[in-house]
Design a protein around this ligand. Structure first.
Ligand SMILES: NC(=O)c1ccc[n+]([C@@H]2O[C@H](COP(=O)([O-])OP(=O)(O)OC[C@H]3O[C@@H](n4cnc5c(N)ncnc54)[C@H](O)[C@@H]3O)[C@@H](O)[C@H]2O)c1
Length: 333
């Protein structure tokens, strides 16, 4: 591998644009190709970043890129990830790792057998506030973490191609698409696997199970409360509220927009409107490229992302059945 890393981007929707923007901050990384079946979408990103438009994943692989960055809907993640890994490439795949546990197991097997690095885009681990709070907790400044509250509430996102986010069969609704960030973050900070999940959910005009409240128990005895909604009024925007409570103290933060925030510098123009989100993704992608150069380990291992997927799917199952799901024994596809 030369010192420059070349990247092929699969999918040219909302998050692909954010990734493409974040590559600019990664030294020695070049976006060379973009593929998307919807006419005009790949062109928009390719033109902006000097890449070429190609028809599909096979064409990306034919170019011999070092890295495939998968930014397509979850139902396409497994096949694309496996194909790219089997072709010997490094893969960054957006969250959730896959739509189903069966698909995730196939991805894990492929990753085990392949030489490339596979990391999953559980980006909450890289949010400046989330990362700092975790570092403070890990340093023992609040004692032993016993409880996390993580709440993300908004309206049904309106940007997805042909509305796939509104289709639970594709997106899993907010409990999978959005709360998987909360489940992943909580398990990572607590540092212990989720063992039980209970969830209540209500329907709204945004779809089934779109107001949701879940509680999770971890193997070390800690607990988490995850609130997630796509059923709040559009005009209210995105709100995040988080608290980590330990035996010796607590940390909390909250804000009105997930990727809001504008940096006004004294001597220069205002930075990109999405400066906080930009930093989150810049850090995520930077950590991935560093891992590729170092030969591993992956910053967000597929095994951990699979546990976050199982917790989200367990919450959906709990909401459906009214049962508490024992994740240590639960078998699901
Ligand atoms: N980390 C985050 O905070 C975050 C935020 C948004 C989305 N995501 C994730 O990113 C992924 C994409 O979401 P999005 O919001 O960008 O959706 P999107 O609908 O805006 O974009 C997805 C794109 O993939 C394209 N596509 C579909 N099948 C394809 C295929 N086989 N080959 C190439 N392109 C294909 C679609 O045409 C579309 O342009 C999802 O897994 C989603 O969960 C993560």
């Amino acid at each position: 591998m030369s010192s420059e890393l070349t990247v092929g981007l699969l999918g040219a929707g909302m998050i692909a644009g954010v990734h493409a923007h974040a590559y600019r901050a990664a030294a020695g990384v070049r976006l060379v190709a973009v593929a998307d079946p919807v006419p005009g979408k790949a062109e928009r990103i390719a033109e902006q970043y000097g890449a070429q438009v190609v028809p599909d994943l096979d064409a990306i692989l034919d170019l011999g890129v070092d890295v495939v960055d998968i930014c397509t809907p979850p139902t396409t993640h497994a096949d694309a990830t496996i194909r790219a890994l089997e072709a010997g490439r490094h893969v960054l795949c957006e969250k959730p790792i896959t739509r189903t546990v069966e698909e995730a197991r196939r991805v894990l097997a492929a990753a085990e057998a392949a030489p490339g690095i596979l990391s999953i885009g559980q980006v909450a681990r890289y949010g400046p506030d989330h990362r700092l709070a975790r570092d403070v907790a890990e340093a023992g400044e609040i004692g032993q973490v016993r409880m996390i509250t993580h709440s993300t509430t908004t309206s049904l996102p309106g940007w997805s191609e042909a509305g796939w986010l509104a289709d639970p069969a594709t997106s899993g609704g907010p409990l999978l698409d959005q709360a998987v960030h909360s489940f992943d973050y909580a398990a990572w900070v607590i540092g212990s696997p989720a063992v039980r999940v209970h969830c209540m959910a209500a329907d709204s005009g945004a779809g089934p199970n779109t107001y949701t409240l879940a509680t999770v128990r971890y193997a070390n005895g800690a607990i988490a409360h995850v609130e997630c909604s796509w059923a709040h009024p559009v005009s209210r925007g995105f709100k995040l509220r988080a608290e980590i409570v330990g035996t010796e103290g607590r940390i909390s933060w909250d804000y009105d927009h997930l990727m809001g925030g504008v940096l006004h510098q004294r001597e220069s123009d205002t930075e990109w409107w999405d400066v906080l989100g930009d930093r989150e993704f810049t850090r995520e992608l930077g950590a991935f490229f560093d891992a590729v150069r170092a030969g591993g380990p992956p910053p967000v291992p597929a095994t951990e992302a699979t546990e976050s997927l199982r917790t989200a799917l367990g919450a959906l199952e709990s909401a459906r059945t009214g049962r508490t799901i024992d994740l240590t024994t639960w078998e699901t596809l």
